[in-house]
Design a protein around this ligand. Structure first.
Ligand SMILES: Cc1cc2nc3c(=O)[nH]c(=O)nc-3n(C[C@H](O)[C@H](O)[C@H](O)COP(=O)(O)O)c2cc1C
Length: 177
């Protein structure tokens, strides 16, 4: 395996959920690169049914401390509030499944990979109060809050880690269930 490829796969061994952060801002140019990754993400029928609200602790301190309902993320530098717009999303005919949340999740996952490569720690936070977040951030009625991504420089460096995961034989099925 060549070195580039090795580094690529190694990235996925380094990512973990980070809940403790250094008191250090994420640089604007890094954020810009991450936002470009969000923008380029794939989506069903290329509908891009997403919006991302950036709440920086340095600019919106009070809002920042309120959006994470359960606390524990006050040390992060940036919160990305990931929003879906189901009215703009592709809908599968066979079962009327709306793909808005899938598309938002794909974009965020891509961004988390890039953030890991940048040395930035992330945590996906689903345990929030979406109605309260909508009220605080003036999010329109038809928009849904999928989750909030806490981001910042990790208090402990990101490194290779073996996690508690199911074995591959348990989750990969060849040919049939
Ligand atoms: C959709 C989703 C929602 C999550 N919500 C929360 C959350 O509300 N609070 C939290 O502390 N971690 C949350 N996490 C982090 C998971 O607990 C974590 O990904 C899982 O335990 C595996 O650990 P790892 O990310 O370090 O590999 C969430 C992760 C995902 C993917």
């Amino acid at each position: 395996m060549d070195e580039d490829l090795k580094r690529f796969y190694e990235l996925y061994t380094r990512r973990r959920s980070v809940r403790r952060f250094l008191d250090k801002e994420i640089e604007d140019e890094k954020l810009k690169r991450l936002f470009d990754v969000l923008r380029r993400a794939q989506s069903a029928a290329n509908r891009q049914p997403w919006h991302f609200i950036v709440v920086r602790r340095r600019d919106h301190g009070e809002l920042f401390s309120k959006v994470f309902t359960r606390g524990g993320f006050e040390g992060a530098s940036v919160a990305i509030v990931a929003c879906a717009e189901p009215g703009k999303a592709w809908v599968r005919k066979a079962d009327s499944r709306n793909y808005a949340w899938v598309d938002v999740t794909i974009a965020i996952t891509e961004m988390i990979g890039a953030a890991t490569a940048e040395g930035i720690g992330t945590c996906w936070v689903a345990a929030i109060d979406p109605a309260e977040v909508k009220r605080l951030l003036c999010i329109p009625e038809e928009i849904e809050v999928v989750g909030i991504i806490a981001m910042g420089y990790p208090a402990e460096p990101l490194r290779r880690e073996e996690k508690n995961r199911k074995p591959v034989e348990e989750i990969i099925h060849y040919g049939r269930w």
